[in-house]
Design a protein around this ligand. Structure first.
Ligand SMILES: *Cc1c(COP(=O)(O)O)cnc(C)c1O
Length: 238
């Protein structure tokens, strides 16, 4: 069958990335089914996302809530679950609580309170991951590693938030060892959270287009892939 869709390469790229994930998993003695691939669709227009959905992607990741909400609206005829993966200001909690299935960038108690209030009002629950600043880079958001356990403990009372693990962006570095150090730190924090039953399934969302294989080897259960699937983004985004 000849595939003449404008982005017929998408399914091919998706398959190739999935194969690389599976290979990295097996080489680390892990089961590939334990790792989910979250396509990151920021700056990608809705028309192209239809092709991603047609290729089998069901949950999509966006880092900005306004853009995610717009696409949620534009693609409301499709059965898509939205994961918001970028820093959120407290005054935008309502926007996320209205439609997101998952929020991966929880980094303060104040934001948790705002989200819980909005979710309770909407009668919804949401999966959340706590974002940790494992690299210590000032440009990155996330709770400090040393404060992660305290934040996780403080999240226990919020019944609408299903805290299910941790998320990080590794150091922006050519040096693979400093990248891996971030991944390992996240895993150690997850293990400590697990000892106190604070992290649900213990998800580790780590690894992007440039470093996902190392992340899988270090234990990632979710890799967030943008450019390797959709091509280089036209606009600079965080
Ligand atoms: C953009 C983004 C990604 C994906 O980055 P790529 O390098 O394009 O794969 C992953 N996580 C977050 C939080 C992002 O903002």
């Amino acid at each position: 069958m000849v595939d003449s869709t404008p982005d017929s390469g998408f399914a091919t790229r998706l398959k190739a990335i999935r194969e690389r994930i599976d290979l990295a998993a097996r080489s680390a003695g892990r089961n590939p089914v334990d790792i989910r691939l979250l396509p990151v669709t920021k700056t990608v227009e809705s028309a192209r996302l239809r092709e991603a959905v047609a290729a089998g992607c069901r949950r999509l990741g966006e880092n900005k809530v306004q853009e995610a909400a717009r696409k949620h609206h534009e693609l409301s005829d499709l059965d898509i679950e939205w994961a918001v993966i970028g820093h959120l200001q407290t005054n935008k909690a309502r926007n996320v609580a209205a439609f997101a299935t998952e929020f991966q960038a929880l980094d303060s108690l104040r934001l948790a309170e705002a989200l819980d209030r909005r979710l309770q009002a909407a009668g919804r629950g949401m999966v959340v991951l706590v974002q940790v600043n494992t690299s210590g880079e000032a440009s990155k958001s996330g709770v400090a590693p040393g404060e992660t356990l305290d934040l996780l403990r403080a999240l226990r009372p919020f019944s609408s938030l299903r805290v299910n693990g941790l998320m990080t962006l590794a150091a922006r570095s050519e040096d693979e060892e400093s990248v891996r150090r971030c991944f390992r730190l996240l895993r150690e924090l997850r293990d400590r959270g697990r000892d106190e039953s604070l992290v649900g399934d213990g998800e580790l969302s780590m690894g992007m287009s440039g470093d996902f294989e190392a992340a899988v080897e270090e234990g990632a259960t979710c890799v967030r892939i943008g450019t390797a699937l959709f091509g280089v983004r036209a606009l600079p985004t965080k």
